[in-house]
Design a binder for this molecule. Structure first.
Ligand code: HEM
Length: 427
């Protein structure tokens, strides 16, 4: 089993794509060939419903199924883990009587379930969802846990609530649904297989038992690994490459921007991070009606390859001073100018989002957009100042509606034999 490495055992690499290796059904091969990026396979003709899997010999999993992300570690998984193809975000409220003991037992249950599922092992004695993912490998599953403000009052731990969890300010363009915002506990699930992701969500919801009730849940997706000929930055539903100018783990300031230091305060948040969640609906019909030139002006980057309008390629740093024909090459209200650390006193965050599509609204417009998740060491040096600025002067705003919002303290990772949040609940 690999930990974020590829195997080259793909059936598609070993066999011509039009000739399934013996013992492998065509359905299996299609999945494998997709993951290996083999182009030109006639999926439409072959992928009719009802094929039974009749393999006699088990084939090795492709890297997609076999990749395993460790649960234990200094930091929780799902923050710097490469984006997965499927995601679920769920918030729970603690039951009034659960208290600190109930919360600790819940976090212990949830942590051991996450550990097992992320290792590709079943959860013993629990049928809910267990059948769904059983023939899959870990598929890069990650489960990440966080605490909202309510968690601290309900567990009698208010005095240990970090100042960073101060409520987010109101923004003028907010259209928030309070019932789908906030929450005492947060679970972020990501996996490269949809059934594995669902299994984790279902099991955690069941294991909440009497201790916590689901408050809201959103499901999202990203491009599947292997779907493009070469790895690219993720595209969002507006069609833009999204994530280009994220802080990178190799940057000198990365840790300082994204994570609470190991000797940081409060001590139970050492190596943790703060996650801002926003459900941002895109007004896609309006967006699609804009000419390409105007779409690119709104962002300040080319849509095809993400190159900044000041020149170069995707990796070239945007030149905010550059002028073309008397006006700034990157417009004064372009999203990347208004959001850039340089124009926000250095404020930065790691954006790690999922797209969503929840059907169509009564007016026929897609209910679709971004489950925006931003990670930072302190929201006041990340999301808050940037969103204040975007709220006032971002050309992208007129194509967006912020409909749900939440802020969570995401503690550091659990050591072997421990559960997430133990230093807070038992410290
Ligand atoms: C649906 C809503 C949004 C869309 C479609 C969107 C799209 C994009 C795109 C295409 C880029 C350029 C590529 C990149 O560097 O990633 C970008 C950059 C960025 N966005 Fe957004 N964005 C959205 C919301 C937000 C929000 C709410 C924030 C924070 C409050 C934000 C902060 C940033 C930052 C910091 C950058 C990098 C700017 C730079 O340094 O170049 N974005 N966004």
């Amino acid at each position: 089993m690999s930990t974020h490495t590829s195997t080259d055992t793909d059936a598609a690499r070993q066999h011509p794509v039009d000739e399934p290796p013996s013992g492998v059904t065509r359905r299996r091969l299609l999945g494998t060939a997709g993951a290996a990026g083999a182009a030109g396979l006639a999926v439409g003709a072959g992928a009719s419903a009802g094929w039974a899997a009749t393999r006699s010999e088990p084939e090795p999993l492709t890297s997609l199924g076999a990749t395993r992300v460790p649960f234990h570690g200094t930091r929780q998984p799902g923050i710097t883990t490469p984006l997965q193809a499927h995601g679920h975000l769920a918030a729970f409220d603690l039951a009034p009587g659960a208290g600190r003991t109930g919360a600790a037992a819940l976090l212990r249950r949830w942590s051991s379930a996450a550990e097992r599922l992320m290792a590709g092992e079943p959860w013993p004695g629990e049928r809910a969802g267990a059948d769904v993912g059983r023939d899959a490998g870990p598929s890069s599953l990650t489960v990440t846990f966080g605490f909202g403000r309510g968690f601290f009052s309900r567990t009698g731990l208010r005095s240990r609530m970090p100042r960073e969890l101060a409520p987010l300010p109101d923004f003028s363009s907010d259209a928030l649904d309070r019932a789908r915002s906030g929450g005492d506990l947060w679970v972020q699930i990501g996996a490269d297989d949809g059934l594995v992701a669902f299994q984790a969500l279902r099991l955690l919801q069941r294991l909440a038992g009497e201790a916590a009730r689901l408050r809201w849940q959103f499901s999202g997706f990203n491009r599947s690994p292997g779907a493009t000929a070469h790895p690219t930055t993720m595209r969002n539903l507006m069609g833009q490459l999204d994530g280009t100018n994220n802080p990178k783990p190799q940057d000198e300031e990365f840790d300082e921007r994204v994570f609470v230091p190991g000797d940081g305060s409060p001590s139970w948040m050492a190596n943790g991070s703060y996650a801002v969640f926003r459900r941002i609906r895109m007004l896609l019909d309006d967006w699609d009606a804009e000419p390409l030139r105007d779409q690119e002006r709104v962002i300040g980057r080319r849509k095809s390859d993400g190159a900044p309008l000041s020149g170069g390629d995707e990796d070239t740093a945007p030149d905010l001073e550059r002028r073309r024909g008397g006006s700034p090459a990157i417009a004064a209200d372009a999203h990347i100018r208004v959001a850039a650390p340089e124009t926000n006193g250095g404020a930065a965050m790691l954006r790690r989002s999922f797209s969503f599509h929840d059907g169509f609204r009564d007016d026929g417009a897609p209910d679709a957009g971004l489950l925006f998740v931003a990670w930072q060491a302190d929201p006041l040096r990340g999301f808050v100042p940037v969103q204040r600025k975007l709220d006032r002067g971002d050309a992208l705003s007129r194509f967006l509606r912020h409909e749900a919002s939440a802020l969570f303290a995401v503690p550091g990772g659990a050591a072997e034999g421990e559960y997430v949040g133990q230093p807070l609940l038992e410290g």
